[in-house]
Design a protein around this ligand. Structure first.
Ligand code: SF4
Length: 375
């Protein structure tokens, strides 16, 4: 089903690419065989070199990135999978997080998505099938630093679960992380594609986290994604199965009436789930690199992202003005704390000054939050 025909209240369980590109030799990999069998009705085309294919696909397309959501390429990743989270920027407090990029691009089409700029010349969704190489690399690194606690995420350049029924990375990752003594896997998603998680017997060392926003913002800015209720139902099912779960209120978007919208969001979350059992809630305000603004305006002319003023921070990204960010964090943090004083709440990609304004401390002086920021 083409991405641009899907309404925001529908899930993409039935998503299929229009074409499946196969790098020469990938069909030897078990994951590629699995994907090919799951997409047996989708036309296939072999390619030798992904950069040549990319150049061919780019030519003469206006919305290269958007059109790329309908093509899936299976490839091998040549290089090191494990990277430190790019949240480490001048002046920003970072949560010591590692990322592995198994996949690039996303079937959803959020207006604020930084991939529109970062992957603007990538005319397809790429899934790397050499997961065995990833596991060897992780095993080596975890063994080399036995005293370090690794928090590893797969959702930097894609949604961790949106394609999991087609490209079932979790079938390999969950059993691997179950066995680790110094690492947890964080799957970050807006999806409700949790069948593989519910079918897996062991939730040890797995955290599943959902990005949440008020439904009015989901409708306007998060095209193709499951609605709030579907995300929360998925979160509840994972919690019941024994998985640790977290929520990201990110990006917080300050539409007119945001106070009431986020109050209702907090109420809906807390009325759906036992909030005391949630590992953390992170808060992050809408931010963007300058080049992204015109791309957003072109691809999403109806967006409400730019109704307020934004100024550049030390890391070069534009954000709401500091007093407004403070007010938003304090207000939403207040709503959450009124439902649970014990809840771990942290700020994502924020300055030390904002941390201090909002919480009265930096994460290094807060024992409760140290677990997320410790190396
Ligand atoms: S779900 Fe995440 S990766 Fe996918 S389009 Fe939205 S912001 Fe981008």
């Amino acid at each position: 089903m083409p991405i641009n025909t899907i309404g925001s209240s529908q899930t993409l369980a039935e998503y299929q690419p229009d074409i499946l590109f196969l790098e020469e030799g990938v069909s030897e990999y078990p994951l590629a065989q699995e994907v090919i069998s799951r997409l047996s009705g989708v036309p296939q085309q072999e390619f030798q070199d992904i950069s040549t294919l990319t150049e061919q696909m780019k030519s003469s397309q206006y919305d290269v990135f958007g059109k790329g959501k309908k093509s899936l390429a299976l490839s091998r990743f040549k290089g090191s999978f494990l990277k430190k989270c790019p949240g480490i920027s001048p002046g920003m407090v970072c949560c010591n997080y590692y990322v592995v990029n198994l996949s690039k691009n996303c079937i959803y089409d959020c207006s604020y998505c930084f991939l529109q700029d970062f992957l603007r010349n990538n005319p397809m969704q790429v899934a790397y099938v050499n997961v065995e190489d990833l596991l060897s690399e992780l095993k080596e690194v975890f063994k080399q630093y036995p005293d370090r606690n690794f928090r590893v995420g797969t959702g930097e350049l894609t949604d961790s679960l949106a394609l999991d029924t087609i490209v079932p990375y979790t079938a390999t990752l969950l059993p691997f992380f179950n066995q680790q003594t110094n690492a947890v896997l964080e799957l970050k998603t807006k999806s409700d594609q949790i069948a593989n998680l519910l079918n897996h017997p062991d939730p040890t060392n797995i955290i599943v986290s959902w990005s949440l926003n008020p439904q009015t913002i989901i409708d306007q800015e998060e095209k193709g994604t499951p609605g709030l209720t579907q995300r929360l139902e998925a979160a509840r099912a994972c919690l019941d199965k024994g998985y640790r779960i977290g929520f990201h209120f990110d990006p917080i978007i300050l539409i007119p009436g945001w106070e009431e919208a986020y109050r209702q969001l907090v109420d809906t979350v807390c009325d759906t789930l036992p909030i005391d059992k949630v590992e953390w809630v992170s808060l992050g305000s809408f931010r963007y690199r300058p080049a992204l603004k015109s791309i957003i305006k072109d691809r999403h002319p109806e967006t409400r992202l730019f109704t307020s003023e934004h100024l550049p921070s030390k890391d070069g990204k534009f954000r709401y003005l500091r007093p407004l960010r403070n007010q938003a964090y304090e207000t939403i943090r207040g709503y959450l704390m009124s439902r649970s004083e014990e809840l771990n709440i942290y700020l994502c990609m924020e300055t030390k000054e904002i941390w201090e304004d909002v919480t009265g401390k930096t994460p290094r002086s807060d024992k409760k939050l140290d677990q997320f920021f410790d190396l």
